[in-house]
Structures are given as structure tokens and as C-alpha cells.
Design a protein around this ligand. Structure first.
Ligand SMILES: NC(=O)c1ccc[n+]([C@@H]2O[C@H](COP(=O)([O-])OP(=O)(O)OC[C@H]3O[C@@H](n4cnc5c(N)ncnc54)[C@H](O)[C@@H]3O)[C@@H](O)[C@H]2O)c1
Length: 357
């Protein structure tokens, strides 16, 4: 941000801690609270939740104030982390931004493209930082992977993000809950427009409003192809991305924080006492990755952006880009069409992302 506005705490006093609150202390909000209570240069002010019991319990654990109505928290903070259900991101996010409060919203940025656009506009209008919780960007394995791939020619990418069935995040499809992480990572790695897309999906129960398993193939303008699969009905948790490059295969395992680079050095036939043998030599490099918790890195980045008035690495625009593509994948998986770049007025680009009740 070039002209730092007055509501950046870094402008007022470099030494003042940034006052932060958490709105929604369910699954994710608990982790935000834990990490904010540990961060240097942060004053963790309070939590807000409509669930009074959960809110009071979290507030007492971290010795902060509890607010049943998040609007009462806003005058007391410089910044908030919003971890309410996705369908509420827009309403809560707009209230925060319009109050001039820097905002980190959990992913996906919002439940529809028009809601996401209005959040992005509100952040600009009110000179606020808007960061979105695309946490995998801060995963040390992804950070190392993107360094490795800077010197490689990527041909194709495959991602797998599978989870066993759970009651959580059932207000969105698997594309918005899980695949959106890989959509964001792949858009960042390939850095070219998507020109072709196919997708298919299935449900665990015929009466389920949302798809539970989706696979999508993206064609990029630079020739890279990406295959993404996400599932919330697989009996094993998997978080993997593989980049097939001209001179290597690089595999990242985000669960185990591991990166392996495979290179085939030689492949030849030889004879051994008249017998023809096939011999293939390969090299596997294991890349060192730090063990910093991704959410810790994400929140440190947010606080750093708030203090310095810098644009976050995953701001509203990037999150909106990921949401547009997620929305298209979801709609194509539902109706089985093939989308090409020439479909300029493709109706689904503007359709709501959350449709089922
Ligand atoms: N980054 C990630 O990897 C990741 C992982 C899980 C969830 N998420 C996202 O985090 C968000 C929250 O998911 P969750 O699993 O923590 O949900 P959750 O249901 O466990 O928690 C949501 C909390 O928000 C509270 N809430 C609801 N309405 C509210 C309101 N008006 N004001 C204040 N609080 C309110 C609820 O009482 C609940 O405590 C979702 O958008 C989800 O997509 C992100």
C-alpha cells in the first residue's frame, strides 16, 4: 500500500502492540485464539461468539474479554480474525471493514463471488488490510516447494486433498471446503490464466445437497495441466501435491511437512553373463523444511501487514480469484459441461457458490 492511512497502528507508534480480537471461536477460532495469545507485539483483546458458553470458556482460558455481539468488540481493536461459518463471512466482514478494522477472514473469502467482491471493495474504501486464511500458503512445505519450482519447467501438477467424513463444514461443498486450498496454491505456482476446465463429482448420499468428491482438470494458457482431486468421504487423510517437471518430479506432503525431489539420472540395458538386464538409476533429494505451524506464520504475516500497511500475500483479490475458479469447478462438476476460455459470458461465473440449503 503506497499511502499508509491513519488507521495503521504502525503509523501511530511503532512500539504499540496491535490490538486483535477473534470473532467465532469454534474449531478454527480456537486455534486463532491460541496463537494470538502467544504472538509478540500483539495485545489479544477479546473474543466474540453467539455461543455464550464457548465464548466465555475461550475468554477465560486466554484471560481476555468476551462479547456476545461482535459489534461491541470492534471499537476496542485494530484488527480481527473472523472464523464464523462461511455463509456469515460477508456480513461479519463488512461490519468489521466498515468500522475501519483490519480483517483476516477464514477461507473461502465468502459464499458468493458478489459477496467476495464487495468485501474486496470495502477493504479498499476503508483503507483496511484484508487477508484471507489460505493457510497452505504458509505451510513450510509449500514455501520450499515454490522455491524449488522457480528453477524448474512445470509440465503438470496433481493435487490430492482427502478427508474422512466429518460433521464440520457441511454448509459448503468439498470444492469450497478443501479443493480451494489447492486451487489457490496452483494458481500461485502456475501464474497463467486457465483456458480450459472439466470437472466431475459424486455424493456419498443421493439426498446430499453438495458434492463430496470432486476431480477437476485445468488447462493453463502456458500449456501446464493440473489435476485436482478433493474428497470428504475418503477413509484416510491425504494432503499432497506433485509437480511433474521437465527435469524432475517434486512431491510435497503437507501433512508430514515433507518434500521429495526425484530425478532419473540414467536408464540403460547391460549384459551379465549373457543375460540382458535393465538398470535404472534415480536420485531422491529430501528438502529441509522448517517446522513452524502454518497458522502461526499466517497470523504473524497478518500482524506484520497491519503494522506496516503492506498488502498480504493472500489478500482479497487472490482469494476472489480462487473463489471464481472454485465456483466454476463446482458448477461444471454438477452439470458435466466443458468450459473453455471462449465462453466469455459463461453464466456460472456470476452464479452463487452456495446454492443448497
Ligand atoms: N484454514 C483452514 O484450513 C480452515 C479449516 C477449518 C475451517 N476453516 C474455515 O473457518 C470458518 C469456521 O469454520 P469452523 O470449522 O471453525 O466452524 P465452527 O462451526 O466450528 O465455528 C464457528 C463459530 O462461529 C460462531 N458464530 C456463528 N455465528 C456467529 C456470529 N454471528 N457472531 C459470532 N460468532 C458466531 C459459532 O457459534 C461457532 O463457535 C469457515 O469459514 C471454514 O471454512 C478454515
Amino acid at each position: 500500500m503506497s499511502n499508509q492511512p491513519a488507521n495503521f497502528p504502525g503509523n501511530r507508534n511503532q512500539l504499540k502492540p496491535i490490538k486483535v480480537g477473534v470473532i467465532g471461536v469454534g474449531n478454527m477460532g480456537q486455534h486463532h485464539s491460541r496463537i494470538l495469545s502467544l504472538l509478540k507485539d500483539v495485545e489479544f483483546v477479546g473474543v466474540a461468539d453467539v455461543n455464550v458458553e464457548k465464548g466465555l470458556e475461550t475468554a477465560s482460558k486466554y484471560r481476555v474479554r468476551f462479547f456476545e455481539n461482535y459489534l461491541d468488540l470492534l471499537p476496542r481493536v485494530d484488527a480481527v480474525c473472523i472464523a464464523v461459518p462461511t455463509r456469515l463471512h460477508h456480513r461479519v466482514g463488512m461490519d468489521c471493514l466498515q468500522a475501519g478494522v483490519h480483517t483476516l477472514i477464514e477461507k473461502p473469502i465468502a459464499a458468493s463471488i458478489s459477496e467476495a467482491e464487495s468485501l474486496v471493495n470495502a477493504a479498499a474504501d476503508h483503507d483496511c488490510i484484508l487477508q484471507v486464511g489460505h493457510i497452505e500458503r504458509f505451510n513450510p512445505a509449500f514455501q520450499e516447494l515454490s522455491k524449488v519450482l522457480k528453477t524448474e519447467e512445470i509440465l503438470a501438477i496433481e493435487s490430492h486433498r482427502m478427508s474422512p467424513y466429518s460433521q464440520r463444514a457441511n454448509d459448503v461443498s468439498v470444492v469450497l471446503d478443501l479443493m480451494i486450498h489447492d486451487i489457490d496454491l496452483i494458481l500461485e505456482l502456475v501464474a497463467a490464466p486457465v483456458v480450459k476446465l472439466t470437472a466431475s463429482g459424486s455424493r456419498a448420499a443421493t439426498d446430499s445437497g453438495y458434492l463430496d468428491y470432486v476431480t477437476a482438470t485445468l488447462g493453463f494458457s502456458n500449456g501446464v495441466v493440473a489435476n485436482l482431486t478433493a474428497s470428504k468421504v475418503t477413509h484416510r487423510k491425504i494432503r499432497r501435491l506433485a509437480a511433474h517437471c521437465k527435469n524432475s518430479l517434486t512431491e510435497a506432503d503437507f501433512l508430514n511437512n515433507e518434500i521429495l525431489i526425484h530425478r532419473q539420472t540414467t536408464a540403460n540395458y547391460s549384459t551379465d553373463y549373457g543375460q540382458v538386464l535393465y538398470r535404472q538409476d534415480g536420485l531422491i533429494e529430501k528438502v529441509y523444511t522448517s517446522n513452524i505451524e502454518p497458522l502461526h506464520a499466517e497470523l504473524e504475516h497478518f500482524v506484520h501487514c497491519v503494522r506496516g500497511g503492506n498488502q498480504p500475500s493472500v489478500g482479497g483479490e487472490q482469494a476472489l480469484k480462487a473463489l471464481r475458479l472454485a465456483s466454476l469447478i463446482e458448477q461444471i462438476a454438477l452439470d458435466g459441461r466443458v468450459w473453455q476460455q471462449s465462453d466469455w459470458n459463461y453464466q456460472y461465473l456470476n452464479s452463487p457458490v452456495i446454492t443448497a440449503s
